[in-house]
Design a protein around this ligand. Sequence first.
Ligand code: CP
Length: 322
Amino acid sequence: MRSQTDSAGGLRHLVTLDGLPRSLLTAILDRAESYRRIPGQPAYEGRELAAITVANLFFEPSTRTRASFDLAARRLGAHVLNLDLQSSSRVKGETMLDTIYTLEAMNTDVFVIRDSEAGMPEFLIDHVAPHVSVISAGEAHLSHPTQGLLDVMTIRTHKRRFEGLKVAIVGDIKHSRVARSTARALATLGTTDLRIVGPQRLLPGEHEFPGATRFTRIEDGIAAADVVMMLRIQKERMAEAAALDGEAYFREYGLTAKRLALAADDAIVMHPGPMNRGVEIDSAVADGPRSVIREQVNNGVAVRMAVLAAIAATLTRHRRPL
Ligand code: CP
């Protein structure tokens, strides 16, 4: 993996949270705090991305990530290009690389990419010009770095610490890029009690999630947890999707008010979205007083602003004077 930072430690690309130091994650979270919109108040409007062009290329469906990268870039003054892939020349057979080269020729500075193929963001880094940056908006089941950042930002807001926290991630861990990125961010920031909880067939390989404790009963996994993060069943990544019985899953693993009572009294409930209500989470919990799910969405805009601003600052430093 090519370095994601320059020689001064400035962010050049963001493909994974693996290997990024605590100081950089904390700096992004601090900057994101300053961008966070207080509901009902005007949004921050800045010029940090003035003269920067951001292209959003989503080759998998998205509501939250795509909309928030768009808003984040515009709020910081960028030119934003949202490629409509269904009506783009990719459907005529143009390769990913030719698509990228075409947009690069229009002076795109930052590519935001979501793709189901593992390795695509890194492949792009290897092929774009040296003054162009790549941000992953979700790579296969492997990585979703801005989701990991917004998750730890939300946890920090409510818990004010990472050391000593008990965090349970529940559901389809095996196919979840969110779980991988959030677990990585938590580990870097000092959380040591991470529980991954789900049916055996949806837990990842033994070598993954080092240090995490595995549970196959939700009641055991969320006991006394400070944070309960529920995950969507990723049917699109499962061969056996058709056989999955949502009602049976909910009976065994759905987060209900009764099960949530096993967690700490002040436990927060998270979900990256989109939710399958009545499959992994009961609506009464998703919309209840412990839920911070909509705060996660709000923090997503702020985190993406912070990441874009950090990358723009690095790009600007490297730009030749006109
Ligand atoms: N959490 C998340 O990535 O949501 P979207 O798929 O809607 O972007």
